[in-house]
Design a protein around this ligand. Structure first.
Ligand code: SF4
Length: 62
């Protein structure tokens, strides 16, 4: 599983990083970024939870 953050949509609320800190972090620009090339199997559930929790639907699964 791979995930991508659309920075045009992200508002930097931090929800994704709070839910799944191993995959998402807030970068120097104040917006979310993906920390990993591929989401490991044990992080898929929390990554999907972050996707569903994003208020602006900025995260997509690839
Ligand atoms: Fe951005 Fe969505 Fe993450 Fe909030 S939950 S920081 S809007 S990607």
């Amino acid at each position: 599983m791979k995930v991508k953050v659309n920075k045009e949509s992200c508002i930097g609320c931090g929800a994704c990083a709070a839910i799944c800190e191993d995959v998402f972090e807030i970068g120097d620009d104040g917006l979310s970024q993906v920390k990993v090339e591929t989401v490991s199997d044990d992080k898929v559930d929390s990554a999907r939870e972050a996707i569903e929790s994003c208020p602006t639907a900025a995260i997509s699964e690839e």
